[in-house]
Design a protein around this ligand. Structure first.
Ligand SMILES: Cc1cc2nc3c(=O)[nH]c(=O)nc-3n(C[C@H](O)[C@H](O)[C@H](O)COP(=O)(O)O)c2cc1C
Length: 470
């Protein structure tokens, strides 16, 4: 099969949703859905009344009908919830999750991939973050059940996922070692398809791509991965979302952003010498760059930012228009925030005239952790494990043995990212969770997609532009 030149990057939460991935796959390129927090996305879309019926149409195709019916019974609200009512709380993942949460996770990943694959023969991938470990096996299984073609994993060293894919595709139980701060006895997640589905199914084993920021990491993964790595996405620190931290001691520029230097440059010749297909990411959203990286041996590019604000993306319509208007008026900037993400990785945010949208509302946000995707597992003194997030209430983080300096400047990305896609939680106190938009340095080019008489553009405009002759 001819390699696909363009990967539309996975963008969480639900920015690269099934609709965007479906469009890109129809255009003959790789459409990727974000696999992050899909259980909350599905539960909230159902509580919002599933107005076009897409969720229920996909749920009707889930191979284990009683599970899909239970999800509908639990979350679907005809006509949608009242605007001021909170969304139902989905239990947070732990090392021993509620079976209903596992079921919801498998079903939600199936739904997103099913819809992305519907009605065409193009290729579809799903993106996960290595840092978010506890939902991974059940998520993978749901995506496999829907016939996903590629699994793409970033934000960490996904050593064990390739082997887990081999096992799950054969219908065998898979395990994943979890990272526990404070060490101690090994903790694993396990997913057994036979126990889950009551029968053994053989499924297509998707191609696995690891997102890396250096040739050393790519090489180490090839040596140590538990199963086949098909290829790599090599991501530079100008990319939207999380960025790999700079190597060496962290230095900030006068705007307070991490400074990247020569040690962060990627040696493309070394990547090419690994003999695996690779795609470049990070400000690669233009035809000149596509040709350039291909000359250096890459198959093509992975692009996020240019797709993030197109018609089909999941970003809330009003926010999207606000960004596009701001771009036209030259009011928008990108800030690489070294502190915002509880992961400790730099995270790019969009600023309007030096200010984050909703920053005043954010300042009064009472800190709490109620989605929990970025919680880390830590070992208590008595040997048991517990969970903490650097963006939760400072008192509770410190009580759990966390270092207070770790909490400074942290933002609740879980809630903010769901707000970005029009699914904000309304707390019982009335507080409405605020968005925090991310994009890469390429954002400033996005205005170029807007024709004079239009205030929107489509995924096809991005693909056509990338493939234009230079
Ligand atoms: C809004 C947004 C969200 C993103 N979320 C993720 C994510 O959840 N997982 C991931 O691996 N990469 C994520 N990325 C990175 C993209 O997949 C892609 O690699 C990157 O955007 C490419 O660089 P560019 O932004 O310059 O096009 C995100 C990027 C954007 C713009």
């Amino acid at each position: 099969m001819k390699e696909l030149e363009i990967i539309q990057g996975g963008m969480g939460v639900a920015v690269s949703n099934w609709r965007l991935a479906n469009s890109v796959a129809r255009l003959g390129q790789l459409g990727v859905v974000s696999g992050t927090a899909l259980e909350n996305v599905l539960a909230r879309r159902l509580q919002a009344g599933d107005p076009d019926g897409h969720m229920r149409r996909a749920l009707a195709q889930f191979p284990l009908a009683p599970m899909a019916e239970r999800v509908i019974d639990r979350y679907f609200l005809e006509g949608g919830k009242a605007v001021d009512a909170p969304f139902a709380i989905v239990p947070m993942f732990t090392i021993d999750p509620d079976p209903a949460l596992i079921e919801l996770t498998v079903v939600a990943n199936f739904v997103e991939v099913f819809l992305a694959r519907e009605g065409h023969t193009g290729k579809v991938g799903i993106n996960y973050l290595e840092k978010i470990q506890m939902p991974t096996l059940s998520s993978l299984y749901g995506a496999l059940l829907a016939g996903v073609d590629y699994v793409i994993v970033g934000a960490g060293i996904p050593r064990e996922i390739p082997g887990a894919l081999d096992r799950l595709a054969r219908g065998e139980a898979a395990e994943l070692k979890l990272h526990v701060e404070g060490g101690g006895e090994e903790v694993q997640m396990r997913f057994d398809p036979v126990a889950f589905a009551g029968e053994k199914r053989a499924l297509q084993r998707p191609r696995f791509l690891a997102i890396v920021s250096s040739s050393t990491l790519a090489q180490a993964l090839l040596k140590r991965a538990t199963g086949e790595i098909y290829g790599f996405v090599v991501e530079l620190p100008t990319a939207g979302g999380h960025n790999a931290p700079p190597r060496g001691k962290l230095q900030l520029n006068d705007r307070g952003e991490p400074v990247y230097g020569p040690r962060d440059e990627v040696d493309l010749a070394k990547i090419a010498a690994l003999g695996k297909p690779f795609w470049m990411a990070g400000s690669c959203g233009n035809p000149g760059r596509l040709r350039e990286v291909q000359e250096a041996g890459a198959v093509g590019v992975q692009v996020g930012t240019a797709f993030a604000f197109c018609e089909e993306s999941g970003v809330d319509g009003q926010l999207k228009s606000q960004v596009l208007r701001g771009l036209r008026d030259g009011e928008v900037e990108i800030f690489t925030d070294p502190a915002a993400s509880p992961t400790g990785f730099p995270f790019k945010v969009i600023e309007f005239e030096g200010k984050l949208p909703g920053v005043d509302a954010y300042a009064v946000r009472p800190r709490t952790c109620n989605l929990g995707y970025l919680r880390t597992i830590y070992r208590r003194d008595d040997g048991s494990v517990d969970y903490r997030c650097a963006a939760e209430s400072v008192a509770s983080y410190v009580k759990k043995g966390g270092d207070v300096t770790e909490t400074e400047g942290r933002k609740c990305l879980c809630n903010a990212l769901l707000a970005n896609v029009g699914l904000p939680q309304r707390r019982p106190s009335g507080y409405l969770e605020q968005p925090l938009l991310t994009a890469g340095d390429d954002l400033l080019q996005v205005a170029g997609f807007l024709e004079a008489d239009k205030d929107t553009y489509g995924a096809a405009d991005v693909v056509d532009y990338l493939l234009a002759k230079v």
